[in-house]
Design a protein around this ligand. Sequence first.
Ligand SMILES: Nc1ncnc2c1ncn2[C@@H]1O[C@H](COP(=O)(O)OP(=O)(O)O)[C@@H](O)[C@H]1O
Ligand SMILES: CC(=O)OP(=O)(O)O
Ligand SMILES: [Mg+2]
Length: 405
Amino acid sequence: MSTVLVLNSGSSSLKYQLVAPASGEALAVGIVERIGEASGRVKHEAKGEQLVRDLPVPDHGAALRTVIGLFDEVGPSLAEAGIAAVGHRVVHGGEVFSAPTLIDDDVEAAVRDLIPLAPLHNPANVTGIEVARELLHVPHVAVFDTAFFASLPPAASTYALNREVAAEHGVRRYGFHGTSHQFVSSAVAAHPAVVEKLAAEGRGPETLRQVVLHLGNGASASAVLGGRPVDTSMGLTPLEGLVMGTRSGDLDAGIVFHLMRRGMSGDEVDTLLNKRSGILGLSGVRDMRELQKLVADGDGDARLALDVYLHRLRKYVGAYAAVLGGIDVLTFTAGVGENDHRIRSGVVRGLKFLGLTMDPAANEARSDEARVISARPGGTNLLVMVVPTNEELAIARQTMELIAG
Ligand SMILES: Nc1ncnc2c1ncn2[C@@H]1O[C@H](COP(=O)(O)OP(=O)(O)O)[C@@H](O)[C@H]1O
Ligand SMILES: CC(=O)OP(=O)(O)O
Ligand SMILES: [Mg+2]
């Protein structure tokens, strides 16, 4: 057996999986949380058993050392599991990287150079790479969140900014969560309900018009035509677009200058928009489950936060219907998209005019499978789906392909 250790370093967490790409099986799954806080926590799940341990984890290097220690201590042993490579999720690939890349010192340095474009993500990615290369002597591969969107049409990737300035500073729409948008949109295209729909309409797969909503802590939308991305909501950085756990998403750039003229520094505004805004800024909590609890308790701020969140989502689906010239499938994925049926019905309820429908029982049913939740049969054969994303499996497969290549 051959396995890949996949590392996904977030700003204050390290998620990891030991994956056998051929079968898709995850031999171990875990997360180190609250990195840099007074006490961190590691959860490690393998062979059906979960271990939870609280311990100080000062930085991402310490987090990775803890994880590798756990593989030694409770297993599975990385050597016995046939670890062939480490796959690193790297959030920003800039203009340099548009495909999975074998990591050497130059690649590591290039990822470090991209830190200003993804300050919440790339620093942790760089530390993950440094420490993993030091501890695990196998090939290391970087898989970039931006890669899928490298082929966005110029009309979608270009900001209407002075073109010399944009070129000098690499300012364009890069798009993020690409591994997820690619994984989910190809799973949708392969789903029997979608294949059947296209066949019934006498259409080829190149005509399939999809909108994918990746709703996690970070959240993004994409418009995908025949498997190729034609627009996405995140931009130069993962700040633009939808309302997120702590990020504002779209806002008037004039707000930045207004706040700076009123005394905030650039770094303070950056922190405000990335870490103190979004659902957290509006309601005081960042987690969708907590927000829904507050809404159920009648909290007015939470209600407004939810309304702003849903309003933005409906706006993007409508805009992408225009970009695509219609929609065949709308898909929800990631933590919120896969689990929160109220968010799904809240989006679809406002978009009946597009032909979107919902089967409430299918929407509310719990399942880990890709599934259709629109009403069928109905006057429309536009599909609404829930498709679990699996960025780790996608990264493991791309890593294995590259090193086998
Ligand atoms: N059962 C659920 N109902 C509503 N929201 C959920 C549920 N489970 C997870 N979430 C939400 O999913 C989000 C995290 O999604 P996830 O895709 O894991 O994020 P990330 O990968 O960006 O850390 C959190 O806001 C969390 O509240
Ligand atoms: C790019 C991005 O926003 O990633 P995450 O959702 O993991 O924060
Ligand atoms: Mg995620």
